[in-house]
Every structure is written in structure tokens, then in C-alpha cells.
Design a protein around this ligand. Structure first.
Ligand code: GLY
Length: 570
């Protein structure tokens, strides 16, 4: 009976019943070993299932993270992939280790600052977004190998098995995959091999039609057999470099050979008694999140009406995103005043510039021109077990389907993360984010990211969360953190109606029905520009309730993912 309870595959499951039984047994003096339970939330049901499959084979949460990452690379090719990169934030309970695996892409050795400028010095967006020049050197395969070898219990080959099976046998595509394909169809169509894999005679394939990726399965097998060398050297490396050079790109075999993941200390801070652990540079996520929260800590958001609350949150976002544009980039290449940016007194100073009766236009902070915003890319998953071991991973190939082409014979979609660099002052990237010298292109430099895999912890709860969404990732994680602070559950964090301000463009972007008519009028009266957006983000969140040792999980209803809590048989 309990077995079938656990096997249910509902979107959200709570383990309260079993926890209550355990508490009752312990009160009556029976000594019981806590069954091992794990919560996983990811953007695709098959990826969540891959994680549980590996756990049932004796894997730990880090093995499960390898399996989920690799599965997402196959079943959600729009969001991440072997041709991309990402950040895995880990916590290991046995030695209280918090670490971030930085598998971010880096610029090739032959890259240079002006590589996307035309002869008049203007940015050619086509080059930084579509095709081979847009692609940074991938970090995802190295990240999978490192995570598996350093933190897992099972072999890399075992952990990659579900992904290999999905690639070989195929899987039915869903509506979200179709929608993202239509967004990039015209680019995918330009490359015969890419179109052959993802389109049906140049058109969007029917819902539920099988997507098989036999070349990708072979590439995954090379990685499984040979580890890092299976991707960064030998036959796959040759094919990748050939494909990029054939298209006029800069990659060399040396670029691949030199790629290394970096273990970094996550950014940490506190907001009203909640410990926040989040992504370090080269992601701006943790710094901007903490800076915004530090500003807001000086304000009692519960004591103001909803218009003032949203206005003040917006003003805090504006200031933190402004600092992002001014200071942030790869700290291995430039000096970044991280300590100052996440300092409480610095935030106090900024908060004293917030007024409840009017906005501060971004042009008074400094003059940069507005650009468009995007934000449908990337993927995130969250895992936690009932001992508190956990992984928050945000992975990306940047825009949906990355640069829009597969390197011939590999099944690997190239990323377009080079667009996350700043190619010229006053020119926003694909998300409208502006920046300066700190995030200029340089050989082997990592482009600034907004990915924000995050842990939240107070006396009672531990949360693991994150989302895709380009520049809006940070504001989504911020709003979820404020919801966590209000005592709500994962199901509530992923449902929060979203609004966003990123300094430039100087406007509040809000989801349909995300602001009431009264809030819209009130925010306009304070001087804000407002723009309604499609619904965005795909948050995946899990939580451990320490008091009764129960897990819960939630997957954003805007996506088609699966959150589940299951008992692991030992
Ligand atoms: N490519 C999206 C990000 O890293 O922020």
C-alpha cells in the first residue's frame, strides 16, 4: 500500500503521512531507521525520472544530478545540452561543504573584443546570436564528469545511461518543445543536419512525435567510456572543431583540451534570519540577489500597501542591476568589488535613496540606451534528500536551441553564450542587459551569467530553487525568496506572479495579470513605465521541513516539468 503511495507520479507530493508514522513510532519508543527520501523537481518528467532511476540503483543526490543534467540535455534540447554549460551548487551534509561547480562556457583563444562589430563599430547581433561565432567552449561535459567522479558513488557510465537511452530510443515531444522550436525555426532551418534532427520537412513536428538523437547518443557514449577525453579530445573534439571552423568560427583543438571546470566558493548572506547561498561569479545571480535583499532588509515590506511594496522591490532591483552593469564580469580577469556589493552598510546607503513617492529614473544612475528583453532559455533542477544533501543546478545553451546548429556528426547543439558578453557600450545583449569593460570579450574569459541556483535556509526549512529566464532569473529567485520569507511553500514560490526591472530598459516588465489594474495605475503615478510580458520562467523548487523531516517539491505550472518526492529502497 505504501509502495503504491510512493510510486504515484503526481506533480507535487508530500511525505507528511510517512513522517507522522515515524514520529508516532519514535514517541512510542520504537527505534526506526528513517527511510531515505529524495525530492526532485526538473523541467521534464523524463529527467526527474532519470534522477530517481539512478537513486534506486544506489546513487546519491550528486549521481542523480548527473543523470538529470544529462537527461535534460537530451529531452529538453532547447534549454541546455552538452554544447552548453552551467552551474551546479552543491551541499554535502557529512562535512558541511557548500561548493559551486562552474561549468560556464569560455571564449575561444582566438576571440577578441571587437569580434561582433561591423566596420562602422556597430554590433552585428546576428553573429553573436546565431551560428558558430556565437558559441563559447562548452563546460557541461566537463561538469558532468567532475560531479560524477568527485561527488557521486556510481560510475559516470551508469549515471549517463538514462540519457543515452532517451537519445537512442527517442521520446515524445511536448507543447513547450514545439513552442520553443517555432521561436527558432528559421535559424534551425538554415542548417540541413540540424533541421533533419529537429524539424519534419522544415516544419514543427507533431506533438507526441518521437525525437530520436542517435549521434547525440554516440557522443554521450564516448563521454561515458572515456570521461572528459571522450568529448574534449579525439573523434568528438575533431568533429566539433571541424564544424565550427567550416562555418568560419574560431574554435581550435587547444580550446577544447584546455577547458577546465572550476570549483568556486558560493556567495552567501542573510536576509531577515534566512541564510542565502547562491551562485558566485561568473554568474551575477548570487551578488545581485543578495544586494537586492540587503537593500530590502532595511524596509518593512509588510507594513506598506501592495503598490508601494512592488515599487520598492523594483527600486531595489534597479540599483542592484545597475551595479551588475557597472562592475560584474569574470573575476579571474578583472577586479570585482564583490565584498562591497554584498555589504550590508553599502545596501543601507542605497536603501536611503529609495523614496516611496516616486521612482528614480535609470538615466540618473548613468546613461545607457534601452534594448529589448528576452528570457525563455536555459533550464533548472533542484534535488534534496531528507539528510539535507542537495543540488541546485542551472544549465544553459542560452537562447532556445542555442546558436541554432548542431555540429555535424555529434548531435551537439552549439550554444550562443558569446552573446552574454558585452560587445559594445550602450548595446544590450539578447536580454537587453547592458554592461561595460568588466564583461568585454577576451580569450578564455567566461561571459557573465544571470543563472541563480540558490539554497535558502532558516531554523525550520531548507529550500533549493532556481529557474531559467535570462536576465529575469534573478528577479524570479528574489520574488520566490520573499515568498519563502513569508512562510509559504514551494508550490507558492513557483506560482508567484512575476515582475521585473533590470535598470535598463527603464521599465517594469510584468506577467499577464501579474499586476492589478490598481497597481498599474499606482505604479504609473509613481513614475514607472510598465510593459506586459508573456508568462515567463520555469521554476523548480524542493524543500526539507526539518521539524518533521518531510520533503516537498513543486514544478512551475508555466512549464511541463515534474516535481516528485519518493522513497529510495536501500
Ligand atoms: N545565458 C543566460 C545566462 O547565463 O544568464
Amino acid at each position: 500500500m505504501l509502495g503504491s503511495f510512493w510510486k504515484q507520479n503526481k506533480r507535487v507530493k508530500y511525505t507528511g503521512l510517512v513522517s507522522l508514522i515515524l514520529v508516532a513510532l519514535s514517541i512510542t519508543g520504537c527505534s526506526v531507521k528513517q527511510p531515505r527520501q529524495v525530492a526532485i523537481a526538473s523541467a521534464h518528467p523524463l529527467a526527474t525520472q532519470a534522477g530517481f532511476e539512478i537513486l534506486q540503483q544506489g546513487g546519491n543526490v550528486y549521481d542523480a544530478a548527473v543523470a538529470v543534467s544529462a537527461a535534460l540535455a537530451v529531452v529538453e534540447p532547447s534549454g541546455s545540452g552538452l554544447g552548453g554549460g552551467g552551474f551546479w551548487l552543491l551541499h554535502r551534509e557529512s562535512d558541511n561543504l557548500d561548493i559551486m561547480i562552474d561549468g560556464r562556457e569560455k571564449a575561444p583563444l582566438l576571440a577578441h573584443k571587437d569580434m561582433f562589430l561591423n566596420t562602422s563599430g556597430e554590433v552585428n547581433k546576428q553573429l553573436s546570436l546565431n551560428g558558430v561565432l556565437a558559441a563559447g567552449i562548452p563546460g557541461m561535459p566537463a561538469g558532468l564528469v567532475h560531479l560524477s567522479e568527485q561527488y557521486g558513488k556510481l560510475s559516470l557510465a551508469e549515471n549517463l545511461q538514462p540519457a543515452i537511452r532517451y537519445a537512442e530510443q527517442g521520446f515524445p515531444i511536448d507543447g513547450r518543445h514545439q513552442k520553443l522550436l517555432s521561436f527558432r525555426k528559421n535559424i534551425l532551418k538554415q542548417h540541413a543536419e540540424t533541421a533533419d534532427i529537429f524539424l519534419a520537412q522544415g516544419q514543427i513536428p507533431d506533438k507526441n512525435s518521437l525525437l530520436k538523437q542517435s549521434d547525440l547518443a554516440q557522443t554521450l557514449k564516448q563521454l561515458a567510456d572515456k570521461g572528459k577525453a571522450g568529448f574534449y579530445q579525439g573523434i568528438i573534439a575533431d568533429k566539433l572543431v571541424n564544424a565550427v571552423q567550416k562555418g568560419g568560427g574560431f574554435w581550435t583543438l587547444e580550446d577544447l583540451l584546455k577547458y577546465r571546470i572550476i570549483e568556486r566558493k558560493p556567495v552567501t548572506g542573510h536576509y531577515k534570519g534566512i541564510k542565502i547561498t547562491s551562485a558566485a561569479l561568473p554568474s551575477s545571480g548570487g551578488i545581485v540577489l543578495l544586494e537586492t535583499l540587503n537593500i530590502l532588509e532595511n524596509i518593512d515590506l509588510n507594513a506598506v500597501d501592495s503598490i508601494t511594496r512592488k515599487h520598492l522591490i523594483t527600486e531595489a532591483m534597479r540599483r542592484a542591476y545597475h551595479d551588475r552593469a557597472l562592475y560584474l564580469g569574470d573575476a579571474d580577469f578583472i577586479e570585482v568589488p564583490v565584498e562591497r556589493l554584498i555589504n550590508k552598510q553599502y545596501a543601507q546607503g542605497l536603501s536611503s535613496t529609495l523614496r516611496t513617492d516616486r521612482t528614480l529614473p535609470s538615466r540618473y544612475l548613468s546613461g545607457q540606451t534601452p534594448e529589448k528583453q528576452g528570457g525563455r532559455n536555459t533550464t533548472h533542477f533542484s534535488i534534496i534528500d531528507n539528510q539535507g544533501n542537495r543540488v541546485a543546478a542551472t544549465l544553459s545553451i542560452n537562447f532556445p536551441f542555442g546558436a541554432g546548429l548542431v555540429a555535424e556528426g555529434t548531435g551537439v547543439l552549439l550554444n550562443n553564450e558569446m552573446d552574454d558578453f558585452v560587445s559594445a557600450k550602450n548595446s544590450g545583449n539578447g536580454y537587453g542587459l547592458v554592461g561595460g569593460e568588466a564583461n568585454a570579450i577576451a580569450p578564455e574569459k567566461r561571459m557573465l551569467s544571470s543563472m541563480t541556483p540558490t539554497f535558502l535556509q532558516d531554523d525550520e526549512r531548507i529550500a533549493v530553487l532556481g529557474t531559467p529566464g535570462g536576465s529575469r532569473i534573478i528577479s524570479m529567485v528574489l520574488l520566490a525568496t520573499l515568498d519563502f520569507a513569508a512562510g509559504h511553500s514551494p508550490e507558492s514560490w513557483v506560482k508567484v506572479k512575476r515582475f521585473h526591472h533590470q535598470y535598463i530598459p527603464d521599465q517594469i516588465l510584468y506577467e499577464k495579470q501579474g499586476l492589478s489594474a490598481e497597481e498599474i495605475t499606482g505604479l504609473r503615478a509613481l513614475g514607472h513605465q510598465l510593459k506586459q510580458s508573456y508568462n515567463y520562467g520555469n521554476m523548480q523548487a524542493v524543500q526539507l521541513d526539518k521539524a518533521n523531516n518531510s520533503l516537498s517539491a513543486a514544478s512551475d505550472h508555466r512549464g511541463e516539468g515534474l516535481a516528485s518526492v519518493q522513497q529510495i529502497h536501500e
